[in-house]
Design a protein around this ligand. Structure first.
Ligand code: ADP
Ligand code: MG
Length: 586
């Protein structure tokens, strides 16, 4: 509710500002709007998805130059060159994205600097782009025969586009695709395990950020009516990144905060410093740099979180709407051979983590995989789910080979897992984390999400997530940030997330670790119930009492090899197992 009121106040302010402000400020607001568009792209790309780009100004420039050339030299209408500009931007972004997004960390950032510099010199050297003196006399945009040839007249166009982009981005983050995008930064292995194709999603986010920059470039060219390479140098790219970071890199509205602060600050410094120093020089750049360092030193996450604290969150969190249940997968008949592991092998350098391991899993059973720490149990999970690739051997699921498939493809076949090292997005609510587990049960993409056309499906996904959370006994914690729960409970959230994927085979890696006795009993009860419903479960667990009373069969691992296999009471009496593993407990 509060958010709505603030949004309405902001919209009213934007609508009324040009009626009362002198032209200088209106122009300043125009620059803020243009910068907001670019830094909004960076909020999504860098702040949310974790891909740092110093090169967004190149996309601004591409669209600006495209429209400038086509309108001045070919007399094309700006409305047509809007699409041409965006198409050129998209084509270049797609090309750069596909080749550079595979690079990680610093290499990606370095490559963005490289293409930023390359395009700057390209703009400056090409004859038909007017070289370093640029292109002037770019015509203004006309809207219903009305020429937007002053700052005042451009204002509403710029801000309508900017506000639409802000709202679309907010919608996007609050959706099925948005949850996947939010997982890209630190949790891409987990996201892949729930069917997100992270490589192509990165390209989509990159493309979207580039298109926002392109949109800004088109508006810029027709508002300023002049383009030259200076506006698209590496400095500009760094400024845009600063705006996103200072505003609060992962917050949509942080883009407005950052763009406003930096644009106003620069203007103000340019104005005040010559008076202080009595002469003009580029002092503002130095002072600006120092101020930025100080600011980031004080508020690492940018200004937005501090501002958000001024607005208390609603006391009653929104209820999850009732929605028709999602379609469910059919389960195979009980007793059928579901998973076959044949002589699986995994080496880490000289270390043999899994060595010639073979076992079968029949549908409808709970198989316990036990063994001392470091025996290779989690590695085996990673081989089955495609997080790691087996060096040798075969893994089949329903007869089909899994060991050559990507993680996201394996998830599509109905294999869901939990992670021994909890793999939640701590800042997201329990509900959203679990809804990510149901990713593959929805199909609506980014564009539908931006336009809010996927609300019916979204309600179904959230209702399903809420149902699974209720089922594992965390109904009270639905809206809490996942990271605020005790570690044991976070493990249970992982189980709910895996269940939200409607699995045929459920892989649980030490689910009971950190749980209290009563919680363990409740978990055992839930797993028995799932088995009764026909689910197949592979369970790694340390608590022997928990395992022995629950599983149908056991496979014991030691040093990557199979030490024994059999019914719980056979294993309890197996001398080799007693020596290697259970000795201390007996
Ligand atoms: P468990 O789950 O049975 O405790 P793991 O499968 O986690 O054992 O580990 C088996 C062995 O492989 C351990 O010695 C561990 O240190 C090693 N290991 C696991 N993952 C990696 C990795 N990514 N790189 C190198 N060594 C690893
Ligand atoms: Mg382990």
């Amino acid at each position: 509710m509060r958010g709505r009121v603030l949004l309405a106040a902001f919209l009213a302010f934007i609508a009324l500002a040009p009626l009362v402000l002198p032209p200088f400020y209106v122009t300043l607001f125009n620059y803020i709007g243009l910068a907001t568009l670019v830094s909004l792209g960076l909020v999504l790309l860098t702040g949310v998805a974790g891909l740092v780009s110093f090169g967004q100004q190149a996309f601004v420039g591409l669209a600006a130059y495209t429209t400038a050339v086509l309108t001045t030299q070919y007399a094309a209408s700006p409305w047509i060159t809007l699409f041409a500009g965006l198409a050129v931007t998209a084509a270049v972004a797609l090309f750069l994205g596909v080749i550079t997004l595979r690079l990680s960390g610093h290499y990606l950032s370095l490559s963005t600097i490289a293409w930023g510099i390359a395009l700057y010199y390209l703009f400056g050297n090409l004859q038909f782009l007017g070289q370093y003196s640029g292109i002037d006399n770019v015509p203004p945009v006309a809207l219903f025969g009305w020429s937007l040839d002053t700052g005042h007249r451009s204002y509403y166009l710029i801000w309508c586009v900017t506000l639409a982009a802000l709202i679309a981005a907010q919608n996007l983050l609050d959706s099925r695709s948005g949850r996947a995008i939010r997982a890209l930064r630190f949790r891409s292995v987990m996201a892949e395990s729930f069917g997100v194709r992270t490589a192509s999603l990165k390209v989509v986010v990159f493309l979207y950020a580039a298109l926002l920059a392109g949109l800004s470039g088109w508006l810029y060219a027709h508002f300023l009516r002049f383009v030259s390479p200076q506006a698209f140098g590496v400095n500009a790219g760094i400024d845009y990144l600063f705006m996103a970071v200072v505003g609060g890199a992962s917050q949509v509205w942080g883009a407005v905060v950052g763009a406003s602060l930096l644009t106003v600050l620069k203007e103000w410094l340019k104005d005040i410093l010559p008076r202080l120093f009595g002469q003009s020089g580029s002092y503002e750049i130095i002072v600006f740099g120092v101020l930025m360092v100080l600011l980031l030193h004080r508020t690492r996450d940018g200004l937005m979180p501090a501002l958000a604290r001024l607005v208390p969150p609603p006391r009653v969190p929104p209820a999850v709407a009732a929605a028709p249940a999602l379609a469910r997968r059919g389960l195979p008949p009980a007793g059928e051979r579901l998973l076959e592991v044949r002589a699986a092998e995994k080496h880490f350098g000289g270390l043999v983590a899994v060595s010639g391991l073979s076992f079968d899993l029949r549908s409808g059973e709970i198989l316990g995989l036990i063994g001392p720490n470091g025996a290779g149990k989690s590695t085996m999970f990673n081989l089955i789910t495609g997080v790691l690739r087996a060096d040798a051997g075969e893994i089949r699921f329903g007869g089909e080979r899994l060991d050559r498939l990507a993680s996201s493809e394996i998830a599509r076949r109905g294999i869901c897992r939990t992670f021994q090292h909890v793999n939640l997005i701590s800042s997201m609510s329990v509900l959203e984390n679990v809804a990510l587990g149901a990713h593959l049960r929805g199909r609506q993409g980014t564009v539908a999400a931006m336009l809010r056309l996927e609300r019916a499906e979204e309600a179904q996904l959230l209702a399903e997530a809420a149902r699974q959370i209720e089922r594992v006994g965390l109904g009270e914690q639905l809206h809490q940030a996942a990271g605020s729960l005790p570690l044991g409970r976070q493990r249970v959230v992982e189980i709910a997330r895996a269940l939200a994927g409607d699995p045929v085979l459920l892989l649980l890696d030490e689910p009971a670790a950190g749980l209290r006795f009563a919680e363990k009993q409740a978990l055992a009860g839930l797993l028995r119930k799932l088995r009764a419903e026909g689910m197949t479960i592979l369970l790694v667990e340390h608590d022997m009492e928990f395992v022995m009373g629950l599983v149908d069969r056991l496979v014991v691992m030691d040093f990557g090899e199979k030490l024994a296999e059999g019914l719980p009471r056979e294993i309890q009496r197996n001398p080799a197992v007693l020596e290697a593993y259970l000795g201390g407990i007996e």
